[in-house]
Design a protein around this ligand. Structure first.
Ligand SMILES: [Mn+2]
Length: 348
């Protein structure tokens, strides 16, 4: 596996110098953040990113994300936007990128109700409590859940939600299919693996359709274009918010078929009413068995990318919720340990 770490560019309070000091760290997962979804990334920015990362002694070969414009997901005048997307794949490939992560979630990338919930040990993390969601209706109320794109006005959000409501799940599938059939051949030609991130959490919120949610739906998505270029970013914490998802079985199945390009490894504690709290990476801290997941990957000779996903805020660190240095570095150390133990056990 190739150990990687997300970095938000020059403005990220976590420096590349610190990232490099994490044992076993190889790749920086980043993106060009000053370009709007739907537009083409400049070669100049990509060249600069590559140089900055390489100067720090790391590798720039994985991107997260190239965002998918809402009009592609809605199938509204999408041709030019999809062509721009293909051009971004070609340009990333030109600068050494081998894997591109993206998601097909309508309107909001992820949903949480609080970003700094304090645990008994004093650490803070992201949570979603149904209690705090109750009664909220984005079609009626002026709501701002943390992490939601503030570049939309409330009016635009309503328009989008209504449009998604009209096309429904099957409409979203149809638009995903059209998108994949255009971008995957391009990715294949360029030697890039596209890695779709599951919806987070993996069920509809506010009646907005969500489709990358279950094993059945992931099977359907992978079958649209049956190629390793059409792969998964298997995010244990996102899929794991639904206890009906058997993450170990899914990892085993998709690793065996070489359809996992990227692993997001983190743990999440699912509560009785389906609410969830992000927790430390350790299996015993949450609802996900990180050891069995690693074992399944190692068994099938997984050689894709892995990154510790969100961490808690610990040791007084402040910064981007979920993306501090300390707890993600602990996550990386834990992932290293799991892989070393599983690899050695397999050799015995
Ligand atoms: Mn993730």
């Amino acid at each position: 596996m190739k150990l990687s770490f997300r970095w938000y560019g020059e403005d990220d309070p976590v420096t590349l110098e610190y990232i490099r000091q994490i044992p076993g760290m190889r790749s920086v997962v980043s993106a060009i953040y000053d370009v709007k979804p739907g537009e083409v990334w400049s070669e100049e920015s990509l060249a600069k990113m590559k140089k900055t990362v390489e100067d720090a002694g790391l590798v720039f070969d994985i991107v997260e994300s190239v965002p998918v414009h809402e009009d592609i997901k809605l199938g509204r005048n999408a041709d030019e936007l999809i062509e721009n997307y293909c051009e971004n794949i070609r340009r990333c490939a030109k600068y050494g990128v081998k894997c591109i992560t993206y998601n097909f979630m309508p309107v909001f990338d992820w949903t949480r109700t609080q970003l700094d919930k304090k645990a008994p040990d004093g650490s803070t993390s992201l949570v979603m409590y149904w209690e705090q969601m109750k009664g909220l209706d984005p079609l009626k109320d002026d709501i701002h859940l943390p992490g939601w794109d503030s570049s939309y006005t409330q009016e635009e959000v309503r328009e989008l939600i209504t449009a998604y409501g009209k096309i429904g799940e099957e409409g979203l599938w149809k638009n995903l299919e059209a998108f994949l059939k255009k971008i995957i051949p391009t990715a294949q030609e360029c030697g890039v693996r596209m890695a779709i991130h599951p919806d987070d959490p993996p069920y509809p919120i506010f009646g907005i359709p969500r489709i990358i949610t279950t094993e059945e739906n992931i099977d359907r998505m992978l079958a649209i274009v049956d190629s390793p270029a059409n792969s998964l970013c298997l995010c244990t914490g996102s899929l794991g918010c639904a206890l009906t998802n058997d993450i170990v079985r899914m990892t085993e199945k998709y690793a065996a078929r070489d359809r996992i390009a990227f692993m997001h490894m983190r743990n999440v504690l699912v509560l009785e009413d389906g609410s969830f709290e992000e927790c430390g990476h350790l299996s015993s801290g949450g609802s996900i068995d990180m050891y069995e997941i690693t074992k399944a990957l190692v068994k099938h000779g997984f050689d894709g990318y892995v990154r510790p996903d969100h961490g808690r805020m610990i040791w007084g660190e402040t910064g981007k919720p979920g993306y501090g240095l300390y707890d993600r570095a602990l996550g990386a150390a834990y992932i290293n340990g799991l892989f070393e133990a599983c690899e050695k056990a397999l050799k015995d």
